[in-house]
Write a protein that binds this ligand. Structure first.
Ligand code: NAP
Length: 266
């Protein structure tokens, strides 16, 4: 196996779209790779292509991350392979259909893939990262994590989990040598939209970013150690004001008596 001073990046959802581009960019940076998704043929073809172009070692682990046993195998890899220095939690599904038109079984599968899988993979990776004083996690969230009215509400809820979980991980782990980044893409031109029932061609092209641009910009944010990266947001002052309001609110949220506006008549 080719030695890499950067170590190995494990990328979920690496068989297409944003994950495939992370795989390409990280290998070009010098990471060895472990590629995870369900489509083994696509992953094998990518592995051959990336390793022939970059000389990096690329391993394929075909797994349905919505399946507990398959997920457990990836968790074991993260627990036991000390060469892993970067986990990219990217695999995810979404839909634009309203809550009441969406079947609860499909929503449950979405929660398993978008919430349970990244949470469990993070749990598997972190003890080793902390013990070695080195490691990074990139969580692919979405702008709908802060605008849940835009698409399906369960999807927005899963991404709100990813953003909040990332903020909390950063709070707990930054001084232990573990870097955490949540990437919040806006609409990005990938198979995601067709898989969710609305091909991307139906969207206004003014709001859709090329996946290459999204990943390259997100990696600039990673290199700057940003916690939250929103590549499509031009005026960062808007995000800073939102964060400032949130952190100003925090010390006032828990008190020992109800606010005056909830005073009962008696
Ligand atoms: N595209 C956008 O507009 C957009 C915007 C904001 C956030 N995002 C987020 O970006 C991430 C990547 O999406 P994308 O846009 O690149 O879409 P994509 O092209 O559809 O890629 C999704 C990836 O997830 C994998 N995947 C799906 N179900 C899986 C399962 N059960 N187990 C393991 N892997 C599975 C797919 O591979 P297999 O089919 O081979 O399993 C594929 O590699 C997602 O988390 C998504 O929520 C996308």
């Amino acid at each position: 196996m080719s030695h890499s001073t950067l170590g190995t990046a494990l990328v979920t959802g690496a068989s297409s779209g944003i994950g495939a581009l992370y795989a390409d960019r990280l290998a070009r940076r010098g990471y060895n790779l472990i590629l995870v998704a369900r489509n083994r043929e696509r992953l094998n073809a990518m592995a051959r292509d990336i390793s022939s172009r970059t000389g990096r070692a690329v391993e394929v682990l075909a797994a349905d991350l919505g399946d507990a046993a398959a997920l457990a195998r990836i968790e074991e890899t993260l627990q036991h392979d000390a060469s892993i220095t970067l986990l990219v939690n990217n695999a995810g599904i979404g839909t634009h259909t309203p809550l009441l038109d969406s079947g609860v079984e499909q929503m449950t599968r979405m929660v398993a893939l978008n919430v349970t899988a990244p949470m469990r993979l993070t749990y598997a990776a972190i003890p080793g990262f902390v013990a070695r004083g080195r490691g990074a996690i990139i969580n692919i969230s979405s702008i709908v994590s802060i605008a849940p009215e835009v698409l399906n509400g369960v999807y927005g809820g899963t991404k709100a989990f990813v953003t909040a979980f990332s903020q909390s991980l950063h709070h707990e782990l930054a001084d232990k040598g573990v870097q955490v980044q949540a990437v919040l893409p806006g609409a990005t031109a990938t198979d995601f939209w067709a898989a969710g029932g609305l091909p991307v061609e139906n969207l206004d092209s003014a709001i859709v970013m090329r996946a290459e641009d999204l990943v390259d910009a997100a990696l600039v944010g990673f290199d700057r150690h940003e916690l939250i990266t929103i590549p499509s947001l031009h005026d960062v002052a808007l995000w800073n004001a939102f964060e400032a309001a949130r952190t100003a609110l925090a010390p006032h949220l828990s008190t020992n008596r109800p606010a005056e506006r909830y005073a009962t008549a008696a």
